[in-house]
Design a protein around this ligand. Structure first.
Ligand code: ADP
Length: 273
């Protein structure tokens, strides 16, 4: 997964969409406007960070079609803390890949921060992904031979930030996850929980719009899982928007809103805090 992420983020340039005015009533997607040669009106509610509208994802395998997602619609506001839960094969990974701009839907519209992601090509997806999404994976995906500090600096290298600013921002991110005293340690000199905290610092160092975590406690023992969930709680309290994908109910219940999916459809969407 990380290989893909790195390969796709290596060519990152600042999004030119940033320079375009986005109004609340009529957010424009620069990319889409270019493609259609005309401004495109948003149907996404202006208050939402994420707007998913009738999302379908169909995989074609030979003559067979698998509908991994079948008409999924939901919005996420900035600052929300959402868990997506479902049994194996329900479509969680497919949905995570779409939210994280790793893939586009077969049908339906996905708006992220005022931009229409569902129509983007691979280069556009790589740019928006690097800017808007911080990923946290079950197996941490850290570079084994690099220090914690260097691991956290990586996204800033791809974003073209100067060495001194990189260093400073990576240090701050590690302080924020209470790893100030472990910055120069390599992953194999850190515990599982500390490795995941390095990965969380790396996810946050670019100030993304969403922190997207895929089974973030799946490789951790119960005590360390609780510690990582406590960190997510603090990050949420500090204003971060968090979406975590899990199959564990006790982890999902730490979020403030839970969307349950089954057979590619939303079964339940409820707020618990
Ligand atoms: P989950 O993450 O909840 O286990 P997935 O999103 O991985 O579910 O899968 C949803 C459905 O889509 C499953 O039936 C799975 O077999 C199918 N699927 C997922 N990825 C692919 C793919 N690349 N090609 C074909 N079918 C796929």
């Amino acid at each position: 997964m990380e290989t893909t992420l790195i390969a796709r983020t290596a060519d990152t340039q600042p999004l030119s969409a940033d320079t375009l005015p986005l109004s609340d009533t009529q957010p424009l997607s620069y990319v889409d406007a270019l493609k259609h040669d005309a401004p495109v009106k948003s149907i996404a509610p202006s208050t939402s960070l994420i707007g998913m509208d009738d999302i379908w994802k169909t995989y074609v395998m030979g003559s067979e079609k698998v509908h991994a997602l079948r008409g999924v619609s939901f919005n996420v506001k900035k600052g929300d803390y959402l868990a997506i839960i479902g049994p194996s094969g329900s479509g969680k990974s497919t949905l995570m890949n779409l939210i994280g701009c790793l893939d586009t839907p077969s049908k339906g519209q996905y708006w992220l921060n005022g931009k229409l992601v569902s129509k983007m090509d691979d280069d556009e997806l790589a740019r928006i992904r690097n800017k808007e999404v911080g990923f946290v994976f079950q197996t941490f995906n850290l570079l084994a031979r690099a220090s914690a500090l260097h691991n956290v600096e990586l996204p800033l290298i791809y974003a073209g930030i100067s060495a001194s600013e990189r260093h400073e921002r990576a240090e701050q991110a590690l302080v924020a996850v209470e790893l100030a005293d472990r910055m120069h340690h390599r992953p194999n000199e850190l515990s599982g929980g500390q490795r995941q905290r390095v990965a969380i610092a790396r996810a946050l160092v670019n100030n993304p719009s969403i922190l997207l975590a895929d089974e973030p406690t799946g490789a951790l023992d119960t005590t360390t899982s609780a510690e990582i969930m406590g960190l997510f709680e603090r990050l949420h309290a500090n204003g971060n928007t968090i979406i975590l994908v899990t199959h564990e109910h006790d982890i999902a219940e730490r979020a403030h809103r839970v969307i349950s999916i089954r057979d590619g459809q939303i079964e339940k969407d409820h707020r618990i805090k």
